[in-house]
Design a protein around this ligand. Structure first.
Ligand SMILES: Cc1cc2nc3c(=O)[nH]c(=O)nc-3n(C[C@H](O)[C@H](O)[C@H](O)COP(=O)(O)OP(=O)(O)OC[C@H]3O[C@@H](n4cnc5c(N)ncnc54)[C@H](O)[C@@H]3O)c2cc1C
Length: 423
């Protein structure tokens, strides 16, 4: 079959949730899901894998066991959208047509935007929790670290789960604190952001944590290269942190940090040697979205252009989009998808039935940030960047109950309820 009433591009967190929810509302819909991947991943647990408290094997399952019954799985990669013809093209030139389209192929990891990273990732003490293959290596590095310089990076682009680059840093510091070696660890957070967290109420908790662990923070920094051979990270920055200023003014011949220029109008180029590095690559819309008519022309990262409340495409009214690939100015998380999926379902069914689109997504997202082993701050907020707390207590305070939510309850909910459309 090459025509579907509803065609979904991407069978990840968003695609399967929305397909299941649509069928729960109307079991007679004909739905096709296009996705070439044989495996489905629960990515939020990769932080826990990197911290040694979750088995990587439990984050990967056969996609065939999760594709909702009564849908058709087309194991192809979409390459081209022809929205005027209600058609998509796949890599083998297969054409699929639709009445309504839902676009959710996730976000692209641009490893090659950091020189040398692709070649060295997963060895030379350089790891990333953003990759199924290397998340376990993060734990090897943390566990075996005996002191020295540990670097954690965060890119300048929006990413999936904005908290993940620093979540692993807090857990690593707590591990080294308990091991009695934190005072021998020189920990650097090299971040493209200008603040530790965008919501001030939660940022306060994290600022105290950064100070407790003695982490040196470099904001507004763009990592340009990572060299696994020399164990050097290079980044450009306009703001030199006090720590780096001090390091450069007291530079010894044996020291390992160099700065190439320091003109206020120019970016300073900094190189820093490290013993271990956890890195997060820049991210953007998948290339086949960036090169398509669906993209937001005003956004250099090429996301799908939608109305941030209805989730409907701004120009093609029979197309909706959700998840990490959209230009909605929310934090890109599975938690956001939990609130976006019912909006897409309600509005799409309204459109099919000739009714007005009344459902509205408010930008809700959540970021569960472990502050130490056994304690977690559940940051919840919306488009206004104001806290939007679910529980009847101050969620800016890290708690054991929230750690249990992240490590036990949410993984179970994901595989058993969220993908089935019942949570
Ligand atoms: C380290 C890490 C920690 C995280 N922590 C959290 C957390 O604590 N809480 C939270 O809520 N979220 C977290 N997230 C984010 C969460 O995993 C994502 O936001 C979520 O998976 C996005 O869902 P999606 O459906 O948009 O994309 P994905 O789940 O990535 O799925 C995209 C799907 O599209 C398919 N696809 C890609 N290209 C094509 C193509 N050309 N044609 C057809 N199909 C295609 C892929 O095969 C894939 O199956 C984390 C992510 C990472 C990496």
């Amino acid at each position: 079959m090459n025509h579907f009433q509803i065609l979904i591009i991407g069978g990840g967190n968003a695609g399967l949730s929305v397909a299941s929810q649509l069928l729960l509302k109307n079991k007679n819909l004909t739905i096709g899901i296009v996705d070439p991947a044989e495996k489905h991943y629960y990515q939020p647990a990769w932080t826990l894998v990197g911290a040694g408290v979750f088995d990587i094997k439990d984050t990967e399952k056969d996609q065939s066991n999760y594709i909702p019954k009564n849908t058709t799985w087309i194991k192809e990669a979409v390459t081209t959208f022809l929205p005027e013809k209600n058609t998509v093209l796949c890599s083998n030139d297969k054409e699929i047509t639709y009445d309504y389209l839902i676009v959710c192929p996730g976000i692209q990891l641009d490893w090659d935007k950091i020189d040398g990273l692709k070649e060295t990732l997963g060895k030379n003490e350089i790891s990333s929790n953003y990759n199924f293959k290397t998340a376990p290596y993060t734990w090897e590095l943390i566990k075996n670290f005996k002191g020295g310089t540990a670097v954690f990076t965060n890119p300048t682009t929006p990413i999936k789960c904005g908290g993940a680059p620093h979540k692993i840093m807090y857990l690593a510091c707590d591990y080294w604190l308990k091991k009695g070696i934190l005072d021998q660890c020189d920990v650097h957070y090299i971040s493209g952001a200008s603040v530790i967290f965008g919501v001030p109420e939660y940022a306060e908790t994290l600022k105290k944590l950064v100070s407790k662990y003695g982490i040196k923070v470099h904001f507004g920094a763009n990592v340009t290269a990572i060299n696994g051979g020399t164990k050097t990270i290079s980044f450009e920055t306009k703001e030199l942190s006090k720590d780096l200023e001090n390091k450069f003014s007291n530079l010894q011949t044996s020291d390992y940090a160099i700065i190439e220029n320091k003109n206020e109008d120019l970016f300073s180029k900094v190189s820093l040697n490290f013993d271990i590095c956890h890195t997060v690559p820049p991210q953007s819309a998948p290339d086949f979205i960036k090169n398509s008519l669906l993209k937001d022309d005003k956004n250099p990262l090429g996301y799908v252009e939608i109305d941030k409340n209805t989730m409907q495409h701004s120009r093609y009214k029979n197309i909706f989009s959700l998840g990490d690939c959209t230009n909605a100015p929310c934090s890109k998380t599975g938690a956001a998808i939990r609130k976006q999926a019912p909006v897409v379902v309600q509005n799409l069914l309204a459109l099919i039935n000739g009714m007005p689109l009344n459902a509205s997504y408010d930008g809700y997202s959540a970021c569960p940030i472990p502050t130490q082993y056994g304690k977690l701050m559940l940051a919840e907020f919306d488009y206004s960047n104001k806290p939007k707390m679910t529980f009847p207590f101050d969620q800016a305070k890290p708690r054991w109950t929230m750690w249990i939510l992240k490590t036990k309850i949410l993984p179970w909910l994901y595989w058993n309820k969220i993908l089935k459309g019942t949570a």
